[in-house]
Design a protein around this ligand. Structure first.
Ligand code: TRP
Length: 386
């Protein structure tokens, strides 16, 4: 069948599964995956989504997942380090077709167990905290998400994202504290910086050199200098590097001016529309300190359109000696729409530091199966501090 160029890309692709499989194949090419591996990953994604994969795209999204802004239960990311090809990952909600959050969680767990059998890894870490995060009557907003790092060779690395509010939103902090304790980080929670919420806890499963427990924190009105104070790792990234990343990703003008006559530091800029997230990775059992720090900037709320978001990402990459070409190609692999005709194709930009590894820059790329957010009015900058 020849595609009708008059239709939006999504309507042409037919089903959710066909839409995401096409994106995955094309993204696989950008990331240098063998086409056979990319095909196997696309099949796995469709199998894991189950009947939802066959859902026509002219029906509404299977649920109201906040995994992505348009409720597509799939999102991609490309992770860049200097001197290496980008790593392609896919985040998805295996239980998105379920009619209750409890069943969503059970479907998620079943999907993880299926992958564990298929690739022969242990789910012990997940079983250890299952009662905390997958109780019989869970609270929202999510039950279980899964991310796969699509390595060459067809065996992915697996990450599971859980909801600290599952046992009750007021218990989120206690739930995270208890999970860290069970993994041997007895006072790990006390090492975390102050935050406005605990949106996710993530576990590495499968074939990892050093599996991590990652705690995600939400920070309202985050500023560049506030972000620079968040790492709790021993070596840690330099303050200046975090501030530079924050300002570039959030779109601060190069002179640091923000129109407030902000004084010696050129004013501080804040993420007033959508909060920033930090992520703290614990590896060594027995260690109270995280060994990894990541800052996530929701660039989609601070850029007019995706051309601007791509420019910022390219700046961040070039500063670190990384070729931005593959990211531009990845955006073309995800959508045919012009980048200036929407915002949100790049959902987040993240800068990650893990002890013993070079810094990594990650761009999260939306599937846009259901909707494209129109470009913003001319709001190019975070809100100034009043
Ligand atoms: N869409 C959600 C959010 O914006 C969750 C999410 C999806 C997310 N991908 C992410 C959060 C990447 C941080 C980084 O918060």
């Amino acid at each position: 069948m020849t595609p009708d160029p008059g239709l939006p890309a999504a309507a042409r692709s037919g089903t959710l599964g066909a839409h995401t499989a096409g994106q995955l194949r094309r993204l696989g090419r950008v990331a240098g995956l063998d086409p056979a591996d990319a095909e196997a990953y696309a099949d796995l994604l469709a199998a894991t989504l189950g009947p939802v994969a066959a859902r026509p795209l002219d029906l509404p999204p299977p649920n109201r997942t906040f995994l992505s802004d348009d409720h597509t239960p799939v999102e991609y990311s490309l992770s860049f380090t200097r001197g290496a090809p980008p790593a392609l990952r896919v985040l998805f909600e295996p239980g998105c077709g379920a009619d209750s959050l409890a069943r969503n969680g059970r479907a998620g767990l079943a999907a993880i167990r299926y992958m564990a059998r298929r690739w022969g890894f242990s789910t012990a870490a997940l079983d250890e905290v299952r009662d905390l995060f997958l109780p019989p009557s869970p609270h929202g907003p999510l039950a279980l998400w899964c991310a796969l790092e699509l390595r060459p060779g067809g065996v992915p690395k697996v990450k599971v994202y859980l909801n600290p509010a599952a046992s009750g939103p007021k218990r989120s902090a206690e739930t995270v504290r208890e999970a860290l304790r069970r993994f041997g980080h007895r006072r790990g929670f006390d090492a975390l910086p102050p935050a406005d919420g605990h949106p996710f806890l993530a576990l590495d499963l499968g074939d990892w050199e050093t599996p991590r427990v990652k705690v995600y924190l939400r920070h309202e009105d985050l500023s560049a200098s506030g972000a620079a104070g968040l790492p709790r790792t021993a070596g840690g990234p330099a303050r200046a590097e975090i501030e530079e990343f924050f300002r570039t990703a959030a779109g601060a003008p190069p002179d640091g001016g923000d129109g407030t006559g902000g004084g010696a530091e050129g004013g501080d800029l804040r993420l007033g529309r959508r909060p920033g997230l930090s992520c703290h990775a614990f590896t060594e059992s027995g260690s109270e300190r995280p060994s990894g720090f990541t800052l996530h900037i929701p660039v989609r709320d601070y850029a007019r359109d995706d051309a601007e978001a791509l420019d910022r990402a390219a700046d961040v990459l070039r500063t670190r000696g990384i070729d931005a070409g593959p990211l531009a190609e990845a955006l073309s692999a995800a959508t045919e729409r012009p980048l200036t005709e929407g915002v949100g194709l790049i959902a987040y930009l993240a800068l990650a530091h893990q002890e013993g590894h070079p810094p990594r820059v990650t761009a999260y790329v939306s599937a846009e199966a259901y909707a494209v957010r129109p470009p913003a009015a001319r709001v190019r900058q975070p809100e100034p501090v009043i």
